[in-house]
Design a protein. Structure first.
Length: 503
């Protein structure tokens, strides 16, 4: 059986540590004196997290019984914070199988408790009539509760915190549209909760008595419609009151595309959010307080949660974002080994320039690329490419950056993701826009002669079938304009920055 360590803390396994909630839960558990092991399919994504040196990271997957068995060894509390939505069609079966395997391995390892965060479901709607997303979340909870391991299944509606998909959706809809025609779900009652309260309940659930095996509804003190939430956001953000006109004909599918066009949240993520908002999701009990007592002012009010989230956004202290986790349909293959890659064609576009600035000045420009700083070349072309990606269901160019100055492996960066970063030398980005193939962009800041530096830039594309080859040759005439201009302007920005001017 698992047991407490010598310091009195618990041994905790966290799945989904690269995601929005998991990435914030780990430091909270460490601060509470627990020992933490993270299970990740790609451990490298956790390398640059501030707490990486304090937690153990193991490679594995919740659908792989062997890796789970090893990860569960000597564990007291196992946190289940993953879902298979990114797997596309068939995700409900994948979720069900993963939860079953997780419960079986936890039972075999003698884990004392499973803690799961799922979605709040309406009491008066039959399970079979729920959206696939909510139905799957509820089923995972039932599987874990029936695993034989005492389980705490927390059920939350809309989670409000800097970087959460729900907050970003609310924020951009309200800020960008002073007048909006909206789906009818803006009139549905919701009970939002601050992410800080979610984390507090997750940490506190580790100490529940062994006989507790049940669901708990968790929410803040305010019950309101989504229309109320947008008007409240406008007040907190000091914006004029919004004119909101709900119409009944916008289906969840149509409204998810509407959200995708207006906000950085792509339709693939917006759809399950929109489907969830069709139902009244209000807590029917607050029994969690019997085991995790609320302090003064807890749980936080909706206005307080908004203020805290906005403060973190303005101070650039967003620790995790909704885009930290994988987005449905994006490519995830690692960079092929080159130049002698055995996988087939690999097209490249290489640009090099000497820069009259130090490598440090050049690196500051490289690491600050994207988001508000843009891509240093032909902004209209980048914007058009982003819009085209949105139209075909991609992530588009509007995800921006988590931090205005610093990047870490796994960060989303507009329609790229940071695949590798060697501070001061290399930034490798993997494309997550819709493409007939796989693409990467590498930027190097290298030491030159006489205190100068050398900028090296390489774009790589591995085509998928004939369409991929046709794509490369159709866009290659524009490379001199886009990639060539990018190299020139990055070099100029480094020189201006070294001289104390604006980049």
């Amino acid at each position: 059986m698992a047991s407490n360590d010598d310091s009195g803390g618990l041994r905790c396994l966290v799945t989904g540590a690269t995601g929005y909630i998991g990435g914030r839960l780990v430091p909270e558990l460490l601060a509470a004196g627990h020992r933490v092991r993270c299970l990740a399919r790609t451990p490298e994504k956790l390398r640059d997290y501030p707490w990486a040196g304090e937690a153990e990271v193991v490679k594995g997957d919740v659908t792989d019984a062997g890796s789970l068995s090893a990860a569960m060894r000597d564990i007291d509390i196992a946190y289940y914070l993953v879902h298979a939505l990114a797997a596309g069609p068939g995700f409900e079966r994948t979720d069900r199988d993963a939860a079953r395997i997780f419960g079986e391995q936890a039972m075999a390892a003698g884990v004392r408790r499973i803690v799961y965060l799922g979605g709040l479901t309406p009491a008066d709607v039959p399970t079979q009539e729920l959206s696939p997303h909510l139905r799957s979340r509820a089923e995972v909870g039932r599987v874990l509760l029936g695993s034989g391991v005492p389980t705490t299944a927390l059920r939350a509606a809309v989670i409000i915190g800097s970087g959460s998909a729900s907050f970003e959706m609310l924020r951009y809809l309200t800020e960008r549209l002073p007048v909006m025609v909206t789906p009818s779900w803006v009139s549905t009652r919701i009970q939002p909760i601050a992410v800080r309260d979610v984390l507090r309940y997750l940490v506190g659930s580790a100490h529940m008595p062994a006989e507790v095996n049940r669901t708990f509804d968790i929410g803040g003190p305010d019950v309101m419609t989504y229309r109320d939430m947008m008007q409240r956001y406008a007040r907190v953000a000091e914006l004029p009151r919004r004119l909101i006109l709900p119409v009944p004909m916008l289906s969840p599918g149509l409204s998810s595309h509407w959200v995708g066009l207006v906000t950085p949240v792509p339709a693939s993520i917006a759809r399950p959010l929109a489907e969830s908002l069709r139902y009244e999701v209000v807590c029917h009990e607050h029994d969690i307080a019997d085991h995790v007592p609320d302090g003064p002012g807890q749980p936080f009010s909706f206005a307080t949660a908004l203020s805290l989230a906005l403060q973190r956004v303005r101070e650039a202290r967003v620790t995790t974002r909704w885009s930290s986790a994988s987005t449905p349909g994006i490519p995830s293959d690692p960079l092929p080994t080159d130049p002698d890659w055995a996988g087939g064609s690999l097209y490249t576009d290489v640009r090099e320039r000497d820069v009259d600035a130090s490598p440090e000045a050049l690196w500051r420009v490289v690491e600050g690329i994207g988001g508000a700083n843009g891509w240093y070349s032909f902004p209209a072309a980048w914007a058009v490419r982003g819009w085209l990606d949105r139209l075909v269901g991609g992530v588009g160019l509007r995800r921006g950056r988590r931090d205005a100055e610093r990047l870490r492996v796994g960060d989303s960066l507009d329609f790229w993701r940071v695949e590798e970063i060697e501070p001061g030398r290399l930034l490798r980005l993997r494309a997550e826009m819709r493409l007939p193939g796989l693409a990467w962009l590498e930027m190097y800041a290298e030491k030159g002669e006489d205190g100068r530096s050398r900028y090296r830039q390489r774009a790589l594309f591995h085509p998928s079938g004939l369409l991929g080859h046709m794509y490369w040759w159709s866009v290659s005439p524009f490379h001199a304009l886009v990639f060539g201009g990018m190299a020139r302007n990055i070099a100029r920005a480094a020189v201006r920055g070294a001289a104390g001017g604006p980049r």
